[in-house]
Design a protein around this ligand. Sequence first.
Ligand code: ZN
Length: 104
Amino acid sequence: MRVWSRLEWQQQSRLLDERDRLRRLHAELRTAATSRRDYEPHDVTDDEAAIQADAIEGRLAATDEALNRIDSGSYGMCLVCGSRIAEERLEALPATALCRSCAS
Ligand SMILES: [Zn+2]
């Protein structure tokens, strides 16, 4: 069995917290988008809630992928160039899959 680094443990707990937070937020936005639609004419607010919910789905997917990379031992490696992503960058963006130069 592979021994996880301190960074992996730390990032896994942050990513799990983030995933819980995003799931709650996503459920609230979806409820807001659909409940208003039931009794009010279509308005901009519905779309905003739906757009935000879509954006959160993207972040949830990125969070799940990062958790999978921790499990598989590839967390912290850039998906494009394969080099190690700087620890400061991972601390700022735990779900990132790209190093600074590939992301820019
Ligand atoms: Zn890269």
